[in-house]
Design a binder for this molecule. Structure first.
Ligand code: ATP
Ligand code: MG
Length: 244
């Protein structure tokens, strides 16, 4: 087994009386896409926020690139990035200006070249001078994804990245994400409520329910172990009956 890019042990997060994440342990390995799935409120976004250092865990340990995230957050997040359909970019900037700001923040070398590359990957060169506030939700999502690659991260945390994409761009996005994991050995933690997408894109899955891991494995194994025809069926059993 190669050394994990992210190693999580006993991670727990309480919001007052609510235990949102409950003693969760897992690893993300180089070049893999790990799908994190579970019903609304299961704790997926909270886990992503803790890995990004945006939310402080109540207890447990997060190691990134072999280092304790608490002690080396700045160095770790320089090599990580994030995209969520639900996080918007500054409204008063153009698409290109946004990417410039993030390229500076991440101290990207050859900024203009990298900006052209990420605009290209998500086919948004034609709207690079448009103001963010005028973008459609799918265009905003593509800008968000372009931003998430600006620093050529080693770990990408994608929280429902395809939620507002049309089927064509969603498919291209999945193909692109697959190829960057293969070619550049990038690891991805991925959430989506589209079970077909999760089945297709994930090398491994972690199923969360009420903050706890209740199932994990390769998509085919999870489906087989829980006697579903597909992941959607397993998901519905879990969401409705509380167990697979
Ligand atoms: N800042 C916060 N303060 C209080 N409670 C919170 C906070 N953030 C999240 N929660 C609660 O923690 C639980 C887990 O939320 P989280 O956003 O991680 O779920 P999720 O799995 O991402 O759900 P969804 O599929 O709806 O995005 C929810 O019950 C939510 O209300
Ligand atoms: Mg969420």
């Amino acid at each position: 087994m190669p050394e994990a890019v992210v190693e999580i042990k006993g991670l727990t997060k309480d919001f007052k009386t609510l235990r949102a994440v409950d003693d969760v342990s897992f690893c993300i390995y180089p070049g893999e896409i790990l799908g994190l799935l579970g019903p609304n409120g299961a704790g997926k976004t909270t886990i992503i926020h803790m890995i990004l250092g945006l939310t402080t865990p109540t207890s447990g340990e997060i190691r990134m690139f072999g280092c304790d995230l608490k002690k080396t957050r700045q160095a770790c997040v320089q090599n990580a990035n994030f995209s969520s359909t639900y996080v918007s970019m500054p409204n008063s900037l153009t698409v290109k200006e946004c990417l410039k700001v993030f390229a500076r923040l991440y101290k990207v070398k050859n900024r203009n070249k990298r900006i052209t590359e990420v605009l290209n990957i998500f086919e948004i060169e034609d709207i690079q001078n448009h103001m963010v506030r005028t973008l459609s939700s799918g265009q905003q999502t593509r800008l968000n994804l372009a931003k998430s690659l600006i620093n050529s991260p080693k770990i990408l945390l994608l929280d429902e990245p395809t939620a507002s994409l049309d089927p064509d761009i969603a498919d291209k996005t999945r193909t692109m994400l697959r190829s960057i994991t293969r070619e550049r050995n990038i690891s991805i933690l991925y959430t989506s409520h589209n079970m077909k997408e999760m089945e297709e894109i994930s090398d491994r899955l972690i199923f969360l329910h009420h903050g706890k891991i209740i199932a994990q494995g390769k998509p085919k194994e999870v489906i087989k172990n829980y006697r579903g025809k597909n992941l959607e069926e397993v998901f519905l059993k879990v969401a409705r009956e509380g167990h697979p």
